[in-house]
Design a protein around this ligand. Structure first.
Ligand SMILES: Nc1ncnc2c1ncn2[C@@H]1O[C@H](COP(=O)(O)OP(=O)(O)O)[C@@H](O)[C@H]1O
Ligand SMILES: [Mg+2]
Length: 252
């Protein structure tokens, strides 16, 4: 469970987040959506303590983000940042193995190696394991970064625009993998998405921000109405049902 209470944040005098309070239940996939500049990355960074809290509180799995020691936090929550830099002279396997650092401090045990293999397999990277990360395509590198976050073995995963650079096959594949991981390992996954239809197909809940404010935090079906979508994104969309799933349509 992620509990956010009264969180506000500003850069200098510019308010970025205004009094955000919301609870995300344990287990399941939550899509975090909203226009560019809404504050999604800032909120995720606060949850993972990449930014210090200025006001309010955040607890993940019952641990206060402000008060929990760094190493324990790293075992509690894994984050994929929006534009992760990647060190060039690392092979994919070593990169993914970094996810084990909070557990092993760099000396991978046999169990760590097994978890690295499993992560490589799960994200279809086995054939790329010995490639240098800087020789991969953007989408392959993105998958390697996601595998590293997965390999951290945390109950909570925060993924900031993980579909960036992925083609349609791997975008769908990743969403299905996240769904499976959430279901089979009871992980709490928060994923920033731009394509609302990925949220429609795979997310249990949608949290929407706009201009640093919470617009809605509800189960997916209740967010996917023309009225709520307009409140989030500022224009009219239609919602159809195809094969039992909601599909959001944009018009010219
Ligand atoms: N380091 C910074 N200094 C000043 N403003 C920032 C900084 N980082 C982000 N912002 C501003 O904060 C707002 C929210 O940014 P962000 O959380 O990245 O939004 P999103 O991820 O929803 O696109 C934007 O207006 C952005 O320009
Ligand atoms: Mg962002």
């Amino acid at each position: 469970m992620i509990e956010i209470e009264g969180v506000s944040f500003s850069h200098g005098r510019a308010p970025i987040l205004s009094d955000i309070s919301l609870t995300i239940p344990a287990g399941g996939v939550t899509a975090l959506v909203g226009p560019n500049g809404a504050g999604k990355s800032t909120l995720l960074a606060l949850m993972a303590r990449l930014l210090p809290l200025q006001a309010g509180s955040i607890a993940i799995a019952g641990r206060s983000v402000a008060a929990t020691p760094g190493r324990e936090m790293a075992r509690t929550v894994a984050i994929l940042r929006q534009d992760p830099g990647v060190s060039s002279r690392l092979r994919v396997r070593e990169l993914v193995g970094f996810g084990r650092f909070p557990h092993s401090r760099g000396r991978l045990t046999a169990e760590d190696e097994r978890l690295v293999d499993e992560a490589l397999e799960r994200f279809d990277l086995t054939g790329l394991a010995h490639r240098f990360a800087d020789t991969l395509s953007g989408g392959q590198r993105q998958r390697a970064m996601i595998a590293m976050a997965y390999c951290q073995g945390c109950q909570t995963m925060l993924l900031d625009e993980p579909l960036n650079n992925l083609d349609m096959f791997y975008a769908r594949d990743l969403m299905r993998t996240l769904r499976m991981v959430a279901d089979s390992q009871n992980k709490t996954i928060v994923v920033v998405l731009h394509d609302i239809n990925h949220a429609a197909a795979h997310a249990d809940r949608i949290v929407a921000l706009r201009d640093g404010r919470l617009v809605v935090n509800d189960v997916t079906a209740r967010v996917l109405t023309p009225e709520t979508l307009q409140a989030i994104f500022g224009y009219r969309m239609e919602v159809a049902t195809v094969g039992g799933l909601p599909v959001v349509l944009h018009h010219r």
